[in-house]
Write a protein that binds this ligand. Structure first.
Ligand SMILES: Nc1ncnc2c1ncn2[C@@H]1O[C@H](COP(=O)(O)OP(=O)(O)OP(=O)(O)O)[C@@H](O)[C@H]1O
Length: 598
């Protein structure tokens, strides 16, 4: 069957150290903003100007208060008030443009990155997907890409403006009263130490939360994706328990994170407010001693607030920066994943395509030390039917999956019309091969669109003609919505036989030269079976067909039957010849078709 095997998580949570590598990583994120450089510079300049204006506000306030308390100067009071309002408006205006443009760039970068990542995922080979949990991949597309947006929008402008604000505030404070500034110089290092300590802890926990979240998503996707199996084994409570375990683990990690981050803010708040009180007390003493005006003190306090704000902002920047670097490591890791199967530089389309297929000394294994196929040799002419028979695990599905190059052979070569398939562009190769698997995947759209998947440019009458040839037109029209009826996820509203006929209609529309068919093992009722056979007959007429045969009729019609065991072709020939040989084929045949023969 064409199904994916057990999936193993191979993503390792990235352990983050903020060093040169992470800085390089950050620069790499920023390269995504390069197309929007003009906007970015404009936004940065606007944010910087907004910060400078903000730094001027306390100085204005100082003038305002001194004008009233010291000079009693009404005219100056009016002017300063006017200027202050002007400064606020200007600050708001610049601030708006700064953050609007940065948010715009952030959203744009996320969209670009998501598109690139999705396109890249589509280029990756089947082997990659069989080794990953889907939930992990979707989590990269959603959560991690989101974390990167914050890095672009937040860190750059906030880091810059908060630094300027910090330096400006400190400078102006020293200018106003250096003795009072000493209070700040004692407390700031203490606050910084607290930020470093808690910051590290919180970052580590945030990463753990992300990983736990990915675990829960993976479980939900896995079991909801296989809901039919879950239900058929009545394993709902088992699945719920499995999910609950992970959800509780997530809760425990998240609880720890909120505990530390709240503790962090409480500690910082206590330190900050104590500093303020000391400033009030000491500043008051200075005012009483005549070394400081009331306006100076108010301006000073504003600057102290600014420093607190900037430090908080920088801690935030640090947190966002590190979570973005962690996320980007995972995303870039995914983007660097090299597709296993790529077109050879000299590959060129096959024209015309006749459909003669040959395996020459083909060997293959999924892993390094696992051999699934060994020295497989055969050839077939265009239009022939090759049936594959053999016990389960013999390598029949594997052999078929090598023809469209879902996997690369590890030895020997496969040719179509004499050309090594590695020298045919993948797009073309797969365009003339149709696969009708046992496990048919339909999309959650209309029946018409599902059939049209075989050839996107097919017209409505062509779609309907294909459905008619596939014996599907009848049951489609019986539905009140006909071709516009929507198929539930995985075609849950259609019967097995109906799904097969939709898949056959898709294949007919594709007009393939080579057909790979995994006959359904589940028994269809005889009416359905006859319809499916009729549909297949039409399709097979024009193709070289490889079929993993479970039906006696298919076996009898085959030009060649390849009997496989443990990755080798053990016997080959037509039905009568193989029966006469009295070997594995005959044994399998007798077991499988005993009832039908009597
Ligand atoms: N994606 C995969 N990754 C690793 N091993 C695989 C994969 N698919 C199949 N195998 C292994 O390769 C061997 C051949 O499997 P294959 O599915 O080709 O056999 P088969 O003859 O089609 O069996 P069945 O009739 O039961 O489908 C088996 O041992 C199987 O475990």
């Amino acid at each position: 069957m064409f199904t994916l095997p057990e999936k193993h998580p191979t993503f390792k949570p990235a352990l983050l150290h903020l060093n040169k590598t992470s800085f390089r990583q950050y620069l790499r994120i920023l390269t995504y903003a390069r197309p929007y450089l003009g906007r970015l510079l404009f936004a940065l300049v606007a944010s910087l100007l907004a910060t400078l204006v903000w730094l001027a506000v306390p100085l204005g306030l100082r003038e305002l208060l001194d004008a009233v308390f010291d000079g009693g100067n009404r005219e100056l009071l009016n002017t300063v008030t006017f200027i202050l309002i002007g400064l606020f408006v200007m600050q708001a205006f610049l601030g708006f443009w700064g953050s609007y443009l940065l948010d715009w760039i952030g959203e744009r970068v996320v969209t670009d990155l998501r598109r690139e990542l999705y396109a890249h995922l589509n280029r990756l080979s089947l082997r990659f997907f069989s080794n990953q949990r889907l939930g992990e991949i979707t989590s990269r597309l959603t959560n991690d890409v989101g974390a990167i947006r914050d890095a672009v929008t937040g860190t750059l402008s906030e880091g810059l403006t908060q630094t300027i604000s910090l330096i400006g505030s400190v400078g102006l404070m020293v200018y106003l009263n250096w003795r009072l500034s000493l209070v700040i110089f004692v407390t700031v290092p203490l606050i910084t130490l607290a930020v470093r300590y808690f910051g590290g802890l919180i970052r580590k926990l945030s990463r753990e939360v992300q990983d736990r979240l990915a675990d829960t998503t993976a479980i939900a996707e896995e079991s909801l994706g296989a809901i039919q199996s879950v239900k058929s084994f009545a394993r709902e409570s088992y699945e719920v328990a499995r999910y609950n375990d992970k959800a509780e683990e997530l809760f425990r990690t998240a609880r720890k994170r909120v505990l530390y981050s709240n503790l962090f803010w409480s500690v910082v708040a206590v330190m900050f407010l104590s500093t303020m009180i000391v400033i009030f007390w000491y500043g008051g003493t200075e005012v009483l001693a005549g070394r400081l005006t009331a306006g100076d003190l108010v301006a000073f306090i504003f600057f102290a607030f600014n420093i607190g704000r900037s430090l908080g902002g920088m801690a935030r920047v640090y947190a966002v920066f590190s979570s973005a670097v962690g996320a980007s490591e995972r995303i870039f890791g995914l983007l660097e994943e090299v597709p296993e199967i790529e077109d050879h530089p000299e590959a060129r389309p096959l024209d015309p395509v006749l459909g003669a297929v040959a395996f020459e000394e083909v060997s293959f294994g999924y892993g390094e030390d696992q051999s699934v196929l060994e020295s497989v040799n055969f050839r077939c002419e265009p239009g022939e039917i090759v049936a594959l028979a053999g016990p389960s695990g013999a390598g029949k599905t594997t052999l078929l999956s090598l023809i469209p190059r879902f996997y690369e052979v590890t030895g020997g070569r496969i040719t179509i019309d004499g050309r090594d398939i590695r020298m045919i562009p993948q797009q073309q190769l797969r365009s003339f091969i149709a696969v009708v698997p046992q496990d048919i995947q339909l999309f959650g759209t209309t029946i018409r669109e599902n059939i049209r998947y075989g050839r996107l440019e097919a017209t409505d009458p062509e779609v309907e003609e294909a459905a008619r040839l596939a014996q599907a037109d009848g049951f489609i029209r019986e539905h009140p919505d006909g071709y516009e009826a929507r198929v539930g996820e995985r075609g849950i509203k259609l019967s097995g036989g109906q799904r097969q006929r939709i898949a056959i209609a898709r294949a007919i529309l594709k007009q393939p030269r080579i057909l790979l068919l995994d006959e359904a093992t589940s028994s269809l009722d005889s009416e359905s079976e006859a319809a499916v056979q009729l549909a297949l007959g039409h399709l097979m007429k024009r193709c070289t067909t490889f079929v993993i045969a479970h039906r006696l009729s298919t076996i009898r019609d085959a030009d060649t039957i390849l009997v496989m065991e443990q990755g080798r072709i053990l016997e080959r020939g037509r039905h009568e010849q193989l029966m006469a040989q009295n070997g594995l084929y005959r044994r399998l045949h007798d077991i499988q078709f005993q009832e039908k023969l009597v």
